[in-house]
Ligand binder design. Structure first.
Ligand SMILES: Nc1ncnc2c1ncn2[C@@H]1O[C@H](COP(=O)(O)OP(=O)(O)OP(=O)(O)O)[C@@H](O)[C@H]1O
Ligand code: SF4
Ligand SMILES: [Mg+2]
Length: 352
């Protein structure tokens, strides 16, 4: 097989792509210094690139404040980009109000952490789902079509029999049922991409797996590309095909989920894994001691060089000043860490 025939299906599988995307939020401070006020910004997301593929789940994992929700909101076009580009099916997307923007909003749907907040308490399930079908032009031509569409949506999220749920208000449902309604509403648009921002973190532990399995089922049956945002790297192993790790606004490691969670390459991923015990993983005692500690940095003045260097037990001299690029490792895994630059390691060893 030629190189060309191998790469074409791969390119066709990519539904949504972020290329070097950044978001800086301007913030005010109360010093009365007008110049300083003008220049302060939270560097919430810097130079993030990712690809979401048809029929796959990609996990985006990181601590609180690392920029995960901002990435989801940028991908959903809820914020203008500070820099970079977003491509849907290979075409660059321009924010605005035109036809292509409306098509984008239909194709890329966001599911929030708190289903109670995202559903209007004064409206029934029927209202929420009918509105989604109507807005996205999928309500059909009469009452019977609309009813059939509502039933199909509820069956797709396994709320059956549908008639039992259609006329319920959000407060009459359990947390898991509400999140299923929020997912059904997103499916009303017939999207290609679901951006699920911590979709189970507010649910009881006992029902989380059911909702994650539903998303997995939708990925398989509807061939959706799903971004699964989570604090919980252990869940990424079981639920996501590939995993990206985010630290202080940057993606620092990526690869297939099994490799990233079982053989993490970046010291920050190792720290996350060490604080999320997994019974299947065997971690040597010496590795456990080398996990580093401390708090994430301020994103108003992020550390120079590698943003993880103040917490990194393996930090070297150049880590303090030079930003590590992405180093490709085996089997598609990569890490933005100077440890994987053979020239750096040799130089540091010689200096000791
Ligand atoms: N609208 C905003 N204005 C100013 N700063 C913001 C805004 N939204 C987010 N931030 C800041 O950007 C950074 C990243 O926030 P974000 O919500 O994306 O993180 P997160 O990884 O989703 O965190 P969590 O896990 O707590 O949900 C944080 O420092 C946050 O305070
Ligand atoms: S680049 Fe340096 S500071 Fe950053 S994670 Fe790698 S070793 Fe640690
Ligand atoms: Mg968030």
């Amino acid at each position: 097989m030629t190189e060309q025939t191998e790469t074409v299906p791969e390119a066709r599988d990519i539904v949504l792509e972020a290329r070097g995307v950044s978001k800086h939020f301007r913030v005010r401070r109360n010093t009365g210094d007008v110049l300083a006020r003008r220049h302060r910004a939270v560097h919430a997301v810097d130079d993030v690139s990712l690809k979401l593929r048809r029929g796959t789940v990609t996990a985006l994992v990181g601590e609180s404040g690392s920029g995960k929700s901002t990435v989801a909101r940028l991908l959903a076009q809820l914020y203008p980009l500070t820099g970079g580009e977003i491509h849907l099916e290979g075409r660059a997307v321009k924010a605005g109000r035109g036809r292509s923007f409306r098509r984008y909003v239909r194709q890329v749907q966001l599911i929030f952490q708190d289903p109670f907040a995202s559903l209007n308490p004064v409206h029934t399930v029927r209202y929420h789902l009918s509105r989604s079908l109507k807005i996205h032009g999928r309500a059909g031509s009469g009452e019977a079509d609309l009813e059939a569409g509502l039933v199909a949506l509820l069956e797709r999220v396994q709320l059956t029999p549908p008639q039992r749920f259609l006329d319920k208000f959000p407060h009459e449902l359990s947390g898991g049922q509400r999140q299923r309604v929020a997912i059904a509403r997103a499916l009303g648009a017939d999207p290609q991409v679901l951006l699920a921002d911590e979709p189970v973190s507010m649910l009881d532990v006992s029902i989380r797996l059911g909702v994650l399995n539903l998303l997995k089922d939708l990925k398989d049956r509807l061939h959706l590309a799903i971004l699964y945002i989570t604090h919980d790297i252990a869940s990424a192993r079981y639920f996501a095909d590939s995993t990206l790790v985010m630290y202080a606004g940057r993606i620092v490691e990526g690869g297939d989920s099994e490799t990233v969670t079982q053989r993490p390459a970046h010291p920050y991923t190792q720290l996350l894994i060490a604080s999320a015990p997994d019974p299947d993983r065997v971690v040597a005692p010496e590795e456990q001691q080398e996990t580093g500690s401390g708090e994430p940095p301020s994103l108003i003045a992020p550390p120079a060089g590698c943003r993880f260097h103040p917490r990194c037990p393996k930090a070297m001299e150049r880590c303090r000043t030079e930003l590590p690029p992405r180093f490709d490792l085996e089997g598609g895994q990569w890490a933005a860490c100077w440890l994987y630059d053979s020239a750096t390691v040799t130089k540091e060893a010689a200096a000791k």
